[in-house]
Design a protein around this ligand. Structure first.
Ligand SMILES: C[S@@+](CC[C@H](N)C(=O)[O-])C[C@H]1O[C@@H](n2cnc3c(N)ncnc32)[C@H](O)[C@@H]1O
Length: 232
């Protein structure tokens, strides 16, 4: 493991943390769901670039699973480009808001469910794409979550992800601000890896890396966009 990827948040490993039950993991996100829904997107231009890129990868014949969908903003934008988008999140609070948005703005292809990305999803081998935006650094066990995503895919299916690489952040934020925020309940458990480590973890599951991109338009972009493909 490269030295830069080693555990700055006092975790035993940069790729796992003691996450506990799904209910425990959901607690932080349930608490902030309303605020999360109200907060503006920090880098709208970068977000739109990602959306256009993903829309270009999806087709109207595809069944798609999103993990860690939050309040469904992205799912609502992407579902019209699919045959079916099942968007999931461990937080019932996030999903309740997502369902309210869907009721106000119906998209027939879209449904929302509470589900933990650290546990097997219904529909093994049923999906043409798995979407994971801003959430792979939050799972309990990165290798396990990637294995489960891979199992959900059909042969030839794509994992499309955008992930905050905490190991690429300013060391003061990483070593000081985030651990303090976590202690006072203002930040969740975070896995700390960089883009190379994430790529290696995806490749370890037998997926082929198709593309590694950065879409940010404001300052240093520590979020990596990765497309990977399950072999036929
Ligand atoms: C930073 S938000 C990102 C939400 C959305 N994907 C976006 O890009 O705006 C992270 C989301 O991941 C969810 N999450 C965290 N751990 C999860 C897990 N183990 N399984 C499923 N969702 C999880 C949280 O509840 C939260 O809604």
């Amino acid at each position: 493991m490269p030295a830069r990827a080693i555990a700055p948040l006092a975790e035993a490993s940069p790729l796992t943390h003691a996450g506990g039950s799904a209910a425990r993991k959901a607690r932080f996100w349930d608490r902030i769901a309303v605020k999360y829904a109200a907060d503006p997107i920090a880098d709208m231009a970068g977000y739109e670039t990602t959306l256009r890129r993903v829309q270009g990868l999806l087709t109207a014949h595809q069944d798609v699973l999103e993990i860690g969908c939050g309040t469904g903003t992205t799912a609502l934008r992407l579902a019209p480009f699919t045959r079916r988008l099942r968007a999931t999140d461990v937080s019932a609070g996030m999903i309740a808001i997502a369902r309210e948005k869907l009721a106000a703005e119906p998209v027939p292809q879209l449904s929302f469910d509470v589900a933990d990305a650290d546990a097997p999803v219904a529909g093994q081998g049923e999906y043409d794409a798995v979407l994971a935006f801003n959430m792979l650094h939050l799972v309990t066990d990165l290798d396990r979550a990637l294995q489960l995503a891979m199992q959900a895919l059909r042969p030839g299916g794509m994992l499309i992800s955008k992930t905050a690489c905490i190991a690429e952040m300013n060391p003061l934020i990483r070593h000081l601000a985030l651990p303090v925020m976590r202690v006072v309940g203002k930040a969740p458990h975070l896995l700390c890896f960089d883009a190379d480590v994430l790529q290696s973890a995806i490749a370890r599951q037998g997926m082929d890396i198709v593309s590694v991109e950065r879409h940010g338009t404001r300052g240093k972009d520590f979020r990596v966009f990765i497309v990977a493909r399950k072999p036929d």
